[in-house]
Each structure stands twice: as C-alpha cells, then as structure tokens.
Design a protein around this ligand. Structure first.
Ligand code: ZN
Length: 401
C-alpha cells in the first residue's frame, strides 16, 4: 500500500503501517476515552486516556493477529503473501495472486473470523477469572487497585471488540471475509469466478449502502449517535467502493481475457541505436512525437529502454554528448510475448507501474504495448460490445475442489 512504512517481519511476512493508522490511533484513543468515562465513572482523568490508548493499541494487535491468520493459511496453501498493512479501518493482507480454487478461498477467508472469535473467547474467560478474584472480594472490603481496574476494563473491551469484529467480518458483503466465503460458495456452485465475484460484489455494494443509510439514521435521529453514525457512513462508503472496485476489475478482466498482446500492440515501432545522444531522443521523440519511452535496439534485439524519467537525472549540458546506452534501463526489462493475453500484460504493467511494455518474439523486438493502447482497446470493445474469449477459469490453473 502506498504511504505506509515498515515495522518488521513476522513469519517472513512484512508488517507495514499506513499513515492513516496513526490518525486512527488518535481518533480511537479519544473515542474509547469517552466510552470508558461513561462506563466507569469516578476515575482520575488521565486514567481514561491511558485506558483509551491501551484499548486502541491492543485492538490493533488483535486485528494484526486476525490478518496473520489469513496470511499464514494463504502461505500454507502456496499463495505468496508479501505483506500485511494496518490502516485506519483495520488490516489488509497483500496477496499477489487470487486463490486457485473455491476451497482455498473458503478456508483462507473463514480463518480470520474464527481467529477473532477465539481471541474474544480467550479474553472473555480471562476477564471472568480476573473479575472473580479482584472484584468479588469487594464485599470483603477488597477494593481493586487502579491498575486492576484498567486491566479489567481493557480485557473486557478486547473480549467485546473481538466478538464484534467476528460478527462484522462475517457479514456477506464482499470484500469482507463473509463476502469471500459467500463468493467461494458461489464459485463452487457456478464454476465461474467472474460470475461469482460479480454477484458477491453486488451484495457487498448493497451492504455498503445499507450501512451508510443506517449511519445517516443514527447521526440524525439517535440521541448521542452522531459519532457512531459518522463511523458507519465511513465504513459503508469504504465497503461500497471496495466492492465496486472488485466488480470493475472483473469486468476489465472479462474484456481482456483471450485478447492477445499481438492484436493490440503498436507494430511499427521506432527505436534508436545505443550510440544515439540524449538530445536527439528528447528532441525527436519526447518533444516532437510525444513519446514517453523509446526502445533501444542492437540489430533486431532489444538492448534497453529509455524513458523521460531516466533523462531527468542527467544535467542538460551533457545531453548532446551522452549516448542513451549510458542511461537506459537494461535489466530487468519486463517484456511480454505477442501470444500472451492482455490480462497477463496488464498485470505486469500494474505491478511495476509501467507506462509501456516491450513485446518480444524470441528476443526480437516486434512491438510495444502501452497503457493507452489497452485503454483504447477497452473503450472500443465496450462501444462495439466485443467480449474476450471466456475461459472456464481465468487464473489459468485447473480447478481442484
Ligand atoms: Zn479478515
């Protein structure tokens, strides 16, 4: 996730924190400080703040444990997990691949809420025993200390919030865990991941709208419900747009599946020799032809690519004398083949944030595929209603149930 910093590694998975999480730490500390003030009257003021902070911090640790459960199951099923990022609304596990079968998706999704449920039960049992030893002897004149009171408040809060987290995550609104469970069942029933995603995402959007409506109602008509109402609207909006994104992604994939790179790429490409100067490239290609990148060839073979950003680092008085071979990208150049499908190309373009990708046929440069080419193709295919060839399983692997 952009705008996040690294915290460390757990079981080979990088743990990151998005800057919005710091904001959440402040907002939730304040919210919980208020809640504890109402629930436990008569403490000294600073104790509410300490408790609020401890509650927020341990809640985020609970969320991290929930995400780790997803990630560890994913890893055990052979899906690479690069990182977990904590942000304002919880955590996300960053998977570079989708699960290959409904069964894998089901287990990966359900393990999160199950972990939260287990945590909730553990905290509840812990709270129960502490309360029994510390609070019940009150009748024998044993008043719990401030530290004991805080511990009870935080542990009780963790029991409650982990159960709440379980219930919330089990709502069948995609991309929540419950929505993923729902999608895996639809996928199993229809043998069609795209269809299943579309249905699950539609249900997810309805949940998002519902949550926002509930939030408006809370904020306007419930006495003291303003803050909760705003929170519901925010979460509903987030769910709605996440579901919308997944649906768009699937629609995109549907249009691109089965369409070959060779059908869409630019064929009459211009390239330059390694000894061409930067001045020439800037003048002839970047300025006059509005290119953002030019391939460099030796004979028919691709030697590298020079882009506008490569040139930025070189001072202008050196442009007329510096050959492009000195600043071009050699390795690693991500390339596709003419017979690859557009989905594979788009995945590379998105993953490495490229504007264009060279198309190679046995090492020879035969074309270039730009983001703009793909967008043009998409617009045209929608206008003319051209659909990509449907594959039974777009991930390209055999479905195992
Ligand atoms: Zn989850």
């Amino acid at each position: 996730m952009r705008g996040s910093f690294r915290l460390g590694r757990i079981a080979g998975i990088e743990i990151g924190i998005h800057y919005t999480w710091l904001l959440a730490l402040v907002i939730f500390t304040w919210l919980f400080e208020q809640t504890f003030f109402v629930t436990y009257p008569g403490w000294e003021t600073y104790l509410y703040w300490v408790t609020g902070f401890l509650a927020t911090f341990t809640l985020f640790v609970s969320v991290l444990v929930h995400e780790l459960a997803h990630s560890l199951v994913a890893k055990a099923r052979g899906l690479p997990v690069s990182s977990i990022t904590l942000f304002i609304l919880g955590g996300v596990s960053n998977l570079s691949e989708e699960p290959q079968s409904p069964g894998v998706e089901f287990v990966m999704a359900i393990v999160g809420p199950l972990t939260s449920l287990a945590l909730g039960i553990i905290f509840w049992v812990w709270w129960y025993f502490l309360a029994k030893t510390w609070v019940l002897p009150v009748f024998s004149m044993n008043v719990p200390s401030a530290r004991q009171t805080i511990a009870l408040a935080v542990i009780g809060f963790l029991a409650y919030s982990n159960i709440a987290l379980t219930i919330f995550n089990l709502l069948p609104g995609f991309p929540l865990d419950g929505g993923r469970v729902f999608r895996s069942i639809l996928w199993h029933a229809t043998h069609n991941l795209m269809k299943a995603t579309k249905i699950a995402a539609t249900v997810g959007r309805i949940f998002g709208w519902g949550l926002m409506a509930l939030g408006v109602w809370f904020a306007l008509f419930m006495p003291g419900g303003f803050v909760n109402g705003i929170l519901y609207i925010f979460v509903g909006w987030f769910l709605n747009s996440a579901a919308d994104n997944s649906r768009n992604e699937v629609t995109l994939r549907e249009h691109l599946t089965g369409v070959l790179v060779g059908q869409v790429m630019e064929k009459d490409i211009e390239s330059v020799q390694p000894e061409t100067t930067i001045s020439d490239v800037v003048q002839k290609y970047f300025i006059q032809k509005r290119k953002r990148a030019i391939p460099i060839t030796e004979g028919d073979n691709l030697a590298g690519v020079i882009t506008i950003s490569d040139v930025k680092g070189i001072s202008q008085d050196r442009w007329p004398t510096t050959p492009v071979s000195q600043v071009m990208h050699r390795e690693p150049i991500h390339a596709v083949k003419p017979e690859d499908d557009l989905n594979a190309a788009m995945k590379l373009i998105a993953q490495y944030d490229l504007n264009q990708i060279p198309v190679l046929n046995q090492g020879k440069l035969v074309g270039i595929l730009t983001r703009a080419d793909v967008i043009n193709y998409l617009q045209l295919s929608q206008e003319l209603n051209i659909k990509g060839k449907q594959k039974a399983n777009p991930t390209g692997t055999k479905i195992k149930l």
